[in-house]
Design a protein around this ligand. Structure first.
Ligand SMILES: CC(C)(COP(=O)(O)OP(=O)(O)OC[C@H]1O[C@@H](n2cnc3c(N)ncnc32)[C@H](O)[C@@H]1OP(=O)(O)O)[C@@H](O)C(=O)NCCC(=O)NCCS
Length: 315
């Protein structure tokens, strides 16, 4: 099958949605040979597919089956992405699992010369606009591989926010990557002005040569998973940890003095169990006043910094 076979049935494809750089039109059988080429391109498959897919060859039969389903599904909306200037089909995008006021967004630009030109960001904005204004959706979500920096950047720019991550579930090139969950609400779209959207990380200061003690306390006692520091920051010392969707950085401060008032508050599952573990290791704690029903206590890290640990009631 050649790319000629992928030409739309008419010279002018049907277009439903027009942006500045891209246009979107209904999926049709004519683009399937292109999809087959894209899905079998290792560079494309590197950042696409479910947890296990994207690793095996895509066959024409499977693709045609998926097309037959997609073309008829009443809870899905599938578009071909066209480069607006040339009307060349360059990828696909969809909203699936459209139930009530929610849906799941996906995108794939198969023509690699079109990556990094702002097309993905614009498609994402157009699909959010379509989902919220035309379909009346309220919450649109997506998942993206943690190593897909280009995609994450495009989705953030379009209005999505990171809401969590499932750790070490995507296997690519010998490594396990996180699956990132993102969402956008109708009431938050379009995000036209710069704004602070979430806490990215907190930094706790520590004296020089703190790494071993930091690992023993934040890693072994509190149970946080260490994440590698970027190579350019490694020489300074200090250790970074994942803390839910955020990070906790222990950083070296030359004239270190412990922070005894300002502090990070770490959300805990099974505070009672953690309390027992701390008692077994003779780590002293200081009880805190209840806060909106949350249970909490304080302790000092090995460097004297105040740390709050709290568990909020579910719901
Ligand atoms: C992911 C994808 C949709 C993004 O679309 P795109 O058109 O390439 O992205 P855009 O040009 O709109 O935006 C990319 C952003 O990432 C940045 N970027 C580009 N290359 C990057 C890289 N290698 N690492 C980190 N950031 C990168 C760009 O600077 C831009 O950010 P900016 O607007 O702040 O400058 C597209 O590349 C794609 O389909 N890739 C293959 C399949 C895939 O990954 N699909 C998504 C599965 S969730």
């Amino acid at each position: 099958m050649t790319d000629n076979a992928a030409r739309p049935e008419t010279d002018q494809p049907i277009i439903n949605i027009v942006g500045e750089k891209v246009a979107l039109g209904p999926i049709h059988r004519g683009v399937l040979p292109l999809y087959l080429r894209w899905f079998n391109d290792p560079e494309y498959a590197r950042t696409t597919g479910g947890l296990g897919s994207g690793l095996r060859p895509m066959t024409r039969e499977v693709l045609e089956g998926a097309f037959d389903h997609a073309a008829r599904a009443t809870d899905e909306a599938h578009y071909v992405i066209y480069e607006r200037a040339t009307l060349r089909p360059i990828g696909g995008t969809d909203l699936t699992e459209i139930t009530g006021r929610t849906a799941t967004f996906a995108i794939g630009i198969g023509e690699k010369d079109c990556w990094g030109k702002g097309y993905g960001t614009e498609v994402t904005r157009l699909m959010l606009d379509y989902g919220f204004k035309i379909l009346g959706l309220h919450n649109i979500m997506l998942t993206v591989h943690g190593h897909n920096a280009r995609g994450i950047r495009a989705y953030l720019r379009a209005g999505f926010r990171i809401i969590g991550r499932r750790r070490q579930v995507v296997y690519r090139e010998g490594q396990l990557h996180d699956l990132i969950y993102m969402e956008c609400l109708a009431t938050e779209f379009p995000n036209t002005s710069p704004s602070v959207i979430a806490l990215d990380h907190v930094q706790v200061a520590a004296p020089a040569n703190c790494d071993a003690e930091a690992r023993a306390f934040y890693g072994d006692v509190l149970g946080l998973a260490e994440i590698p520091k970027p190579a350019n920051l490694r020489a300074r010392g200090g250790v970074w940890f994942r803390c839910g969707a955020q990070e906790l950085h222990v950083g070296v401060q030359g004239d270190f003095r412990p922070a005894t008032k300002s502090h990070p508050a770490l959300a805990v599952y099974d505070l009672a169990g953690l309390r027992r573990r701390l008692a077994e290791r003779n780590v002293p704690i200081v009880e805190g006043e209840p806060l909106d029903g949350a249970e909490r206590f304080y302790l000092a890290d090995p460097f004297g910094n105040r740390i709050e640990l709290l568990e909020r009631p579910a719901g």
